[in-house]
Design a protein around this ligand. Structure first.
Ligand code: FAD
Length: 433
């Protein structure tokens, strides 16, 4: 394999070339109706709904506005959600069905908002293709397609013989094409959303870590890097960056780094071969990859769980390069210009949550798919505070943790190794017939 790093290679999200997180903002107010911790999509979406609902809102971030996952992600947008049998048993079939339906609504909610507010996000309904890495995964996709089409979602199986009409590779045994999915420029979406929130009248304060949330009378007092703010209500939307501020929330989230790389600009005919239909891509491995062409149609952006320990971006990039050239061998020799990582958050029941504890509202746990979902959770949590009579299916009393878990996932390297072994075994079993 050729040396993959270009001379101008940077450890920095490619997206920030067009829209970087923002260092400037407002001074923190002394008192507001609602204080929001975290300036990702969830915090911003909650702020927008609340301020339009007549509340005064102050939003704080420990770093620049948008420094978290919301300006680092792949920009793949889907309304898909996996509900495990255990969750269906715990909550009941009706709630599980409501969650699936809401998952679907997250996509239309995002699309409607982008269109109605005229947000500059580069969004398009690209459709999605999920490549099956082995025959048992393809069989599972066949069942999935039946379930999706029964719910009115446009999906179909792509047999191996037809792969090259959808993706320029023979690396999969087939796959599933879902038309109800899209993609956007995540950092441009973040910038458009934060401008909207600012215009609506909320204060946005960067570099202002919230260090404590204290109960005071009927409300709260927040101690933060610029002093104090009192608030009637507090929302915490810190997701994969949740730290000491809330041990209760931290114990319910499993943070995990996700890594991405961007290639140098590539010839148009090569891009056309790699992605003939302009879809976004993922695979069925437990150690998942997701990938796409950049919004300007010139580069490959490839992401995945390159490491289950807190590895560096350069090591992660070399690993992703191997994954990428396995899917698209003709990219061997192409140089990388950017590599970066960010944190996502999983939950112990694998569903996103809106929750309350000691009067504070918490939103998060999008299982690594939060462009549409984090936006939705923030919006729904805000609507609930404003008195919406139909609560979200994700707004539940039960938010599980695990015994002795303190928010530091020591078990991830073991889980990661096990998942990699299982993925490799799947392929070997296929070859053995
Ligand atoms: C590399 C990568 C690729 C991804 N790809 C996709 C994808 O293609 N599609 C998809 O749907 N999802 C994807 N995701 C997931 C998606 O980006 C997240 O689910 C979503 O952005 C979460 O938004 P959020 O608002 O909950 O959190 P974030 O955007 O992470 O924001 C949390 C914020 O809280 C702040 N914070 C933490 N503690 C404090 C404190 N004490 N005081 C003040 N501020 C604090 C942090 O600084 C941070 O800015 C990806 C994520 C990563 C990292």
């Amino acid at each position: 394999m050729a040396h993959p790093f270009a001379d101008d290679f940077q450890v920095r999200p490619y997206w920030w070339e067009a829209a970087a997180p923002e260092d400037t903002g407002d001074a923190s107010p002394a008192s507001v109706d609602v204080a929001i911790v975290g300036s990702g999509y969830a915090g911003l979406a909650a702020a927008l709904e609340l301020v339009r609902g007549g509340q005064s809102v102050a939003l704080f971030d420990a770093g620049p506005l948008g420094i978290g996952a919301s300006t680092r992600n792949g920009g793949l947008v889907s309304g898909g959600l996996k509900i495990s049998k255990a969750v269906a048993r715990r909550f009941g079939g009706e709630v599980a069905a409501a969650m699936l339906e809401e998952g679907r609504q997250t996509l239309t909610h995002l699309e409607t908002m982008i269109e109605q507010e005229g947000l500059e996000t580069g969004y398009r309904r690209s459709g999605r293709f999920v490549g099956a890495h082995c025959r048992s995964a393809l069989r599972a996709q066949e069942a999935q397609v039946q379930g999706l089409t029964a719910r009115g979602i446009r999906a179909r199986i792509v047999p191996k013989a037809e792969l090259r009409g959808v993706i320029g590779t023979d690396a999969f045994v087939g796959g599933m094409a879902v038309d109800d999915a899209g993609c956007l420029h995540p950092a441009m979406y973040h910038r458009a959303l934060r401008n909207l929130v600012r215009q609506a009248g909320a204060t946005l304060t960067p570099h202002c870590a919230v260090n404590a949330i204290l109960r005071e009378g009927m409300g709260f007092r927040l101690l933060h890097a610029s002093g104090e703010t009192t608030a009637q209500h507090v929302f915490v939307a810190t997701n994969g960056y949740t730290g000491e501020l809330s041990p209760w929330f931290r114990r319910r989230l499993i943070p995990l780094a996700s890594y991405m790389i961007a290639t140098e600009p590539l010839p148009a005919d090569l891009i056309q071969r790699l992605s003939p239909e302009g879809r976004v891509f993922a695979d069925t491995k437990r150690v998942l990859s997701y990938f796409r062409i950049s919004p300007d149609g010139s580069r490959v952006l490839y992401g995945g769980r390159a490491s289950f320990v807190d590895g560096g971006e350069v090591t992660g990039a070399a690993k992703l390069y191997r994954f990428m050239t396995r899917v698209w061998p003709e990219l061997d020799g192409v140089e990388l210009t950017h590599a970066w990582k960010g944190n996502v958050a999983f939950t112990f029941d694998w569903v996103p949550h809106i929750a309350r504890h000691d009067g504070v509202v918490y939103v998060g746990g999008c299982q690594g798919s939060g462009v549409a979902m984090a936006t939705w959770l923030g919006h729904q949590a805000a609507r609930s505070l404003l008195g919406a009579n139909q609560p979200s299916a994700f707004d539940r009393d039960i938010f599980p943790t695990a015994p002795l878990y303190d928010g530091r996932p020591w078990f991830l390297p073991f889980v990661g190794t096990w998942y990699q072994l299982r993925d490799a075994l799947d392929v070997r079993l296929d070859r053995a017939g």
